[in-house]
Each structure stands twice: as structure tokens, then as C-alpha cells.
Ligand binder design. Structure first.
Ligand code: KG4
Ligand code: ZN
Length: 348
């Protein structure tokens, strides 16, 4: 467990959110600030790495100062500074890591380079009492995997996507339908007005052995369905129906893959009590509902962080820092930001 008195500043800059948070070991979020770059990237229909890096650089110092002021703390009151050290867009990660190292060096504080995926993976422990081991479904824009979380830094991969991540599929489908970026929330909103079952989209990998995912075929099926509509264009009603079918297909696939992983998890980690979901796609209500069902069938608790801690945020990075600090971990000031950093490499 964490040291209740620890206070950690967390910094997140790996994608298109500039975020800072101060979190205490008793799980109080003392202050948090998040600046979305959505408007900067919207004209391009996706994130432009160079624009992201420049925006982080332009805003981070002020954001950190505001967060510290809101927490009514000086840097000297901190126990450590944590920043996302990867994986992510390298320009942004460098900005966050550099800033955290500078604060740590000047104020002689421990520095922690947090793996962004571990930040998501531990986020449910910030808001809920979840003990290790738990089965973790990590679903975001860049990641889609099922892991057994045995402890801080100890994750066993049970399955993952062989092509697109679930969030990426949401984003691409939204782009095809002209719904803008990020796609997930837009698709979910449109699906609310849609009727189920009209397009009979496929469910790739459903029923297959193991716990791997595939979304490329589903995405292609959506593209073909649009092409077959009158004029090759989706009306508002078509869009709603397609979004509904697509979301239903994703939910069914993810539920099926999770059920397979749950079977293995219960056998190999019998002490496990919870299915935990994390990552931006975990904000999707339909998906949460089917996952809650799968967990209850397996006799496990279902745990999902509140919406604002599902998508990228700095509180989860500060929290991962608190968990690692409590285990006596810290990173060196010559830590090199990592564009790729699988969770399986943490133990080393
Ligand atoms: O974790 P996250 O904020 O960033 C990383 O990828 O690390 O996840 C963002 C992803 C995007 O692909 C976005 O479309 C998806 O999460 N997302 C959703 C929803 N909200 C965000 N997908 C489906 N339904 C949502 N409500
Ligand atoms: Zn993320």
C-alpha cells in the first residue's frame, strides 16, 4: 500500500492533453489541471505530433504553476515528481520529462518516469479499493490488451490486438462518417439515436481460442457499408444506425475476448477478485455495461475509474508515482523518454 503522507506532482504530455495533478498517498487529488489540444488538431482529423509537442511546451510550465497554487503547495512540500516517460509521441513526452527532471533536480526530489500504460492500469486503485491480482482490460486509442496485474510493475499479457486498437477503430469510423475527432464520444452520441442490427457488421475473433482482438475487418466492413449507401454517403439516420451497429459489434467482441481471459485468469490467479477496465474507450457506457455483465458471470467485481480518469489525465500518473515511491522505486535523471515501452518490459 502507499504511504498516506506522500504528495506527488504528476505530469502527462504523451498525447494531446497537457495535464498536471497533485495527489496524496491517502488518494486525495489535491489539485488537477488539464488542457486539451482538441481545437489545435481538429482541422487535421487526428493528432499532429509536432503541433502537440509545441503546445505542451507552450503551456506546461504555467499549468504546473497553477496546479501547485491550487493545491496551496510549494515544490518543497512534494515527496516526488512523476512524469509520463512513454510510450507516446516523443516530442510531448520529452517536454514532460524535462520539466519534471528540472523540478526534481532543483528541489532535490525523487523523479519517477511513469509508463503511461501503467498509469492507466493503476488508475482504478486511485478511486477504488482494488487489491492485486486483478484482470485488466486496457482499451485506449493506441492500446487494446488484457493483462493480469500481479502487482506494481508486474503484468502478464493474456491477449491483445493484432491490428488496430479499439479506440483507433472508433476514431477511424468517426472519420469515415465525418463525425470529427476524437471519434469515440461522437460515435457513442450518434449510436444513441440508432437502431440495432441494420448493417449486420462482422464480429472478428468472436469465439476464437485465447484473448486476442482484431478490428481491421470491422472497420473495412463499415467502409463497405457506407459505399453501398445511396450516393456512397451516410445520411444522419444511416450514420446513427451504423454507429449503433459498430458499437454493438465492438462491445460483443470485447466482451467475448474478456470472457476468455476471465476463464484463464480465474484458473491461474484464483485469489483475483476484480475485472478492471482502463483507458479512454472505458468511457463508453455500452462497453461498460457488457463488461460489468461478464465480470458478474465470473463472480468478480467490476471496477472502472470515473470518466475523467479513464481518458488521459495527470492524476493517474501522480498516483502511479505514489505507488512506485512506496516500493522504494525512483528513476535516474538521465532517464531517456521512450516512444515504445511495453508493460512487459517494466520488471526489467
Ligand atoms: O486513453 P486515451 O485518452 O488516450 C490514449 O490513447 O492513450 O484514449 C483515447 C481514445 C480515443 O481513441 C477515443 O476515441 C476513445 O479513447 N474514446 C472513446 C470514448 N471516449 C474516448 N471510445 C468510445 N467511446 C467513448 N465514449
Ligand atoms: Zn492513454
Amino acid at each position: 500500500m502507499s504511504d498516506g503522507r506522500a504528495i506527488v506532482l504528476g505530469i502527462e504530455t504523451s498525447c494531446d492533453e497537457t495535464a498536471a495533478a497533485v495527489v496524496a498517498g491517502d488518494r486525495t487529488v489535491l489539485a488537477e489541471r488539464l488542457l486539451s489540444q482538441l481545437d489545435d488538431h481538429a482541422p487535421y482529423g487526428g493528432i499532429v505530433p509536432e503541433i502537440a509537442a509545441r503546445a505542451h511546451l507552450a503551456h506546461l510550465d504555467k499549468l504546473v504553476a497553477e496546479t501547485m497554487a491550487a493545491a496551496k503547495l510549494g515544490f518543497g512540500d512534494l515527496s516526488a515528481v512523476a512524469a509520463t516517460g512513454g510510450p507516446g509521441l516523443i516530442g510531448g513526452v520529452m517536454v514532460g520529462v524535462m520539466t519534471a527532471k528540472a523540478i526534481a533536480a532543483v528541489h532535490k526530489l525523487p523523479f519517477l518516469a511513469v509508463n503511461h500504460l501503467e498509469g492507466h492500469a493503476l488508475s482504478p486503485r486511485l478511486t477504488h479499493d482494488v487489491a492485486f491480482p486483478y484482470l485488466l482490460l486496457l482499451v485506449s486509442g493506441g492500446h487494446c490488451q488484457l493483462l493480469a496485474a500481479e502487482g506494481v510493475g508486474r503484468y502478464v499479457r493474456l491477449g491483445g490486438t493484432v491490428d488496430d486498437a479499439a479506440g483507433e477503430a472508433f476514431d477511424k469510423v468517426a472519420k469515415m462518417l465525418g463525425l470529427g475527432y476524437p471519434g469515440g464520444p461522437a460515435v457513442e452520441r450518434a449510436a444513441k439515436q440508432g437502431r440495432p442490427g441494420r448493417f449486420r457488421l462482422p464480429r472478428p475473433m468472436k469465439g476464437r481460442e485465447g484473448a486476442d482482438f482484431s478490428f481491421a475487418g470491422l472497420k473495412t466492413a463499415v467502409r463497405q457499408a457506407i459505399a453501398q449507401l445511396p450516393g456512397g454517403r451516410a445520411s444522419t439516420a444511416d450514420t446513427a444506425d451504423l454507429c449503433r451497429d459498430f458499437q454493438d459489434a465492438v462491445s460483443e467482441i470485447v466482451a467475448d475476448r474478456t470472457r476468455h481471459a476471465l476463464q484463464r485468469f480465474r484458473k491461474e490467479w484464483p485469489a483475483g477478485r476484480a475485472l478492471v477496465v482502463a483507458g479512454g474507450v472505458a468511457a463508453n457506457a455500452a462497453l461498460r455495461a457488457v463488461l460489468a455483465g461478464a465480470a458478474s458471470e465470473a463472480g468478480l467485481d467490476f471496477v472502472a475509474p470515473p470518466l475523467r480518469y479513464c481518458t488521459d489525465n495527470a492524476a493517474m500518473i501522480a498516483w502511479a508515482g505514489i505507488e512506485r515511491l512506496a516500493l522504494g522505486q525512483r528513476d535516474r535523471l538521465d532517464f531517456a523518454p521512450r516512444p515504445r515501452w511495453p508493460l512487459s518490459e517494466l520488471a526489467a
